[in-house]
Design a protein around this ligand. Sequence first.
Ligand code: AHG
Ligand code: MN
Ligand code: MN
Length: 347
Amino acid sequence: MSDFEKTGSISLTRYLIEEQRADRISADLRLLIEVVARACKSISVSVGKGALGGVLGDAGSGNIQGEAQKKLDVIANDVLLEANAWGGHLAACASEEMDHCQPIPDVYPRGNYLLLFDPLDGSSNIDVNVSVGTIFSVLRCPEGVTHPEDAHFLQAGTTQVAAGYCIYGPSTMLVLSIGHGTHAFTLDREMGSFVLTQRSMTVPAATKEFAINMSNQRHWEAPMQDYVRDLLAGETGPRGKNFNMRWIASMVADVHRILTRGGIFIYPWDKKDPTKVGKLRLMYEANPMSYLIEQAGGAATNGRTRILDLAPTELHQRVPVFLGSREEVAKATEYHLAHDAKAKTAA
Ligand code: AHG
Ligand code: MN
Ligand code: MN
């Protein structure tokens, strides 16, 4: 039985007001989350229109990371910027789709929070009608800073005060943490409100399912090769069990499955482009997702170190990601650390 069936309808608004009363969030943070949720509803409408809304296909532009932008990447980015400009709760926004952070325009009051987002995650899936999403992370603006710059966003993931994603799938869901568990809200499309449908999501500690883009296998480093070889060996191999594989190529959808039934999601470093330390972005993808996963009892590392402990050096920094069921993440991390220790002894 879902929490919705057990407790009846608790809207996102009511959940946030109760959290504020319990002194777990400020009024400004509550407003910020409400505004992000409202922007996500609007993005959900655009995504849902598909070809009828003229939103599919390329925008004909590129982002700072050299990736071609889809029309929906640009639309979602604009919706989030516009929605968050005037509320007075934010000091600045940073986005995967913008070169630098964007302070709140001088005509509006500035608040004390910084918002980071991947406006449309899984863009390659837009044109094929597969789930995509929006990922966001909230930090505090450092004290005394009135004109935030990129450097003010470079805070470790442990300092996030909230993180979440909205998945645009068969249903639209908002998954949120303000540091007290990870909770899921489903959009009631007729009423236009998010309703709490799963309180305190829990990632099972162990799993028999992994998610990785296997086409990059030949480019991986040795410990990754060893780890996946042992997964594929199944019950007669060193792991003694058979593993299943899934790869949606929308991080939101893969992480949502893992939050729901467990698993490990991996986007490792590979030698395809040695200048890139992995594909996923620390500030817009890895940190918020790691926060949600840890708040649900899972774990997240870059293969060696806890992701939330990494000290960011660049706004658009990339990072290898291993996240999900904590025993499996520990196992994958162990392969890397053992390999490093052996290499050190040999040197
Ligand atoms: P984005 O669409 O925001 O650029 O992110 C896409 C990411 C992530 O969602 C997904 O897990 C991964 O890229 C898929 O990468 P491959 O196409 O290399 O499998
Ligand atoms: Mn993304
Ligand atoms: Mn994106």
